[in-house]
Write a protein that binds this ligand. Structure first.
Ligand SMILES: [Zn+2]
Length: 328
């Protein structure tokens, strides 16, 4: 990571880092304004332009986000259990049990009304049924997410299957669903491929959570930013036509099998003002700053940042830290 960005990033983080206590997010951290005089990566909109009060985005590692829009909370791919599957030790254990770390979830999820799931791999979905039960949030995802949710006992009234193309109005924000693609490994294969067309038995291991097709989401806030969320590093280029988000949360490509990943994505998104890499951290260790990045992923992250600079030179790249409130 270029040192300038790192420095700017740390300075901003110091100004806006949410305070995490043993009891969870300190209430003062929610919506806490950036300190005057501390430049932020993204300038806040003029006061009074938003219907819904202050908007903040906090990264929770992997592709996970908490978005607070006034007193309303949207989560994207919330994964806080960060179980050890051996993935980052080069020995993925497919029989790893899906043990939700309820204290880790409870510490950050005091509320949520909408949960957006990009796909149903464990590092995106395994905490979602617990979060749905804890908060009463409505969960949006593929038909596979719907059936897996039922398998966990989530009421059907809290599960909304979507396909891509939907534009849904929540009053203070809208959500557009975009049909997308999952990333591929070095063998051009997708981990745990497959869908669920009926509710299966309750999932017990990570192998019981198939990819289930992949979606992206565009969150638009009237008077605020439009933000594109990715959960995996591939996309259907033609599905992005006309979206033109202000901010793009871009999943790290851990391999190079997707041709021209960054240049095609930047062009398809019409060169977003801010590009935020995600899913670059080691997500099997404690959620603590600075994020730990495996050496191979560090190399890929540096390449991704360089590729954004090259293909979209007017975009600002923001490499996020955990739990830090960003205002775009
Ligand atoms: Zn995945």
């Amino acid at each position: 990571m270029p040192s300038l960005d790192r420095r700017r990033f740390l300075r901003d983080a110091a100004a806006t880092t949410a305070v995490v206590t043993a009891g969870g997010l300190a209430s003062t951290a929610l919506g806490a304004p950036a300190q005057a005089g501390a430049p932020t990566q993204a300038a806040p909109a003029p006061a009074g332009t938003r219907r819904s009060g202050r908007v903040s985005f906090r990264w929770w590692g992997t592709a996970g986000w908490r978005v607070d829009i006034g007193d309303r909370t949207v989560l994207v791919d919330p994964f806080l259990s960060r179980i050890d599957t051996g993935l980052f030790k080069g020995a993925l254990k497919e029989s790893t049990p899906l043990e939700v770390d309820t204290s880790a979830v409870d510490a950050r999820v005091d509320r949520a009304e909408t949960v957006l799931v990009t796909h149903t791999h464990w590092d995106h979905f395994m905490d979602v049924p617990y979060i749905a039960e804890r908060t009463g949030a409505r969960v949006f995802g593929t038909l596979t997410a719907y059936h897996l949710g039922l398998a966990y006992g989530v009421p059907s009234a809290q599960l909304s299957a979507v396909k891509g193309g939907e534009v849904m109005d929540f009053g203070d924000y809208t959500v557009e669903v975009v049909a997308s693609l999952h990333s591929r490994n070095k063998s051009y294969a997708v981990a745990f491929p497959g869908v669920r067309v009926d509710p299966p038995a309750k999932p017990a291991t990570i192998a019981d959570l198939p990819e289930g097709d992949t979606l992206n989401y565009v969150l638009r806030i009237p008077g605020g930013p439009s933000v594109f969320f990715m959960g995996a590093s591939d996309f259907a280029e033609r599905n992005l036509t006309g979206i033109s988000p202000d901010v793009a949360m871009v999943a790290l490509n851990s391999t190079n099998v997707t041709a021209d990943y960054v240049p095609r994505l930047m062009a398809a998104l019409n060169y977003p003002k801010v590009v935020v890499p995600v899913h670059f951290d080691n997500f099997e260790i404690e959620l603590r700053n600075p994020p730990t990045v495996a050496p191979a992923d560090r190399t890929q992250l540096d390449k991704l940042v360089a590729a954004v600079r090259e293909s979209s030179p007017r975009s600002r790249v923001l490499v996020p830290e955990y739990d830090t409130a960003y205002h775009f």
